[in-house]
Design a binder for this molecule. Structure first.
Ligand SMILES: Cc1cc2nc3c(=O)[nH]c(=O)nc-3n(C[C@H](O)[C@H](O)[C@H](O)COP(=O)(O)O)c2cc1C
Length: 237
């Protein structure tokens, strides 16, 4: 009987130990669940990667912006010589022509009438003055007194004149009809009291029959070198 009790006690002990081990196993199972937190953090890590990848993408967007800045602004310039031709009765257009010649490092050629204008000739308050009579006759061709010039070596030719009765002085018609502008770029400009350059450039181009004539520009008599520089710069960009 006593032996039987001992066996029962032993059996109970074994059961107790067995139950305790079973509890430990359950705890061991829950531990990995707690360790799942770092696993979740690991899942976050790849999320950081695209953010990090966004940086090069942003830099790549910047790159094309830098490209035009790196490239210099293209300036269209003629490789050849430049000539400035001018007719001026009272000095305003000649002054602008000298500015153009200085800026363009150009040669200057002045159209001088064979018969010079007196102040009375150009007194346009008088309808019967010589200049206005000439302007009233589209076929009038004033003789040029200055020596002829060889324009064949010039690739860009500026032609300057005052506006007389809304048009170019007739001596300009003589000049453009006397020369072959070939393929030169011809740029008309004028000074006036208030009138625009109008169709004078187109008329001169037609009379010349040669040259690549550009849109002209009118200046006031008070034009400064800054004005002239800005105009020339605008044509080169
Ligand atoms: C005969 C004559 C006619 C003129 N006709 C005009 C005209 O139609 N419109 C105008 O704005 N200025 C007219 N002007 C003013 C001149 O165009 C202006 O003073 C010009 O700057 C003169 O240039 P220059 O000093 O190079 O000769 C005329 C001047 C003269 C002498």
């Amino acid at each position: 009987m006593r032996k039987k009790r001992i066996v029962i006690v032993l059996f109970l002990c074994v059961m107790l130990v067995s139950t305790a081990c079973g509890k430990d196993k359950t705890n061991n199972t829950s531990t990995p669940t707690a360790e799942a937190t770092p696993t979740a953090e690991a899942t976050k890590a790849p999320e950081v990667t695209p953010t990090a990848e966004a940086t090069p993408t942003a830099e790549a967007t910047k790159a094309p912006e830098a490209t035009p800045t790196a490239e210099p602004t293209q300036i269209v310039t003629d490789p050849g010589k430049v000539l400035v031709v001018v007719f001026s009765a009272t000095g305003n257009t000649k002054k602008v022509a000298e500015m153009v010649a200085k800026i363009e490092n150009a040669d200057l050629y002045e159209i001088v009438p064979a018969v010079p204008y007196t102040s009375e000739d150009i007194n346009y308050g008088n309808y019967n003055c010589r200049a206005l009579k000439e302007q009233g006759n589209a076929s009038a061709r004033l003789e040029i007194g200055s020596d002829a010039i060889d324009i064949s070596g010039y690739t860009r030719i500026y032609v300057g004149y005052p506006i007389w009765a809304g048009s170019e002085p007739r001596i300009l018609d003589t000049f453009v009809e006397s020369y072959d502008f070939d393929t030169a770029t011809v740029i008309p400009f004028c000074t006036s009291g208030s009138s625009g350059i109008g169709s004078t450039g187109t008329k001169l181009a037609t009379l010349a029959g040669s040259g690549n004539w550009q849109t002209g520009k009118r200046f006031p008599g008070s034009a400064t070198e800054k004005d002239v520089q800005a105009w020339i710069d605008s044509m080169k960009q």
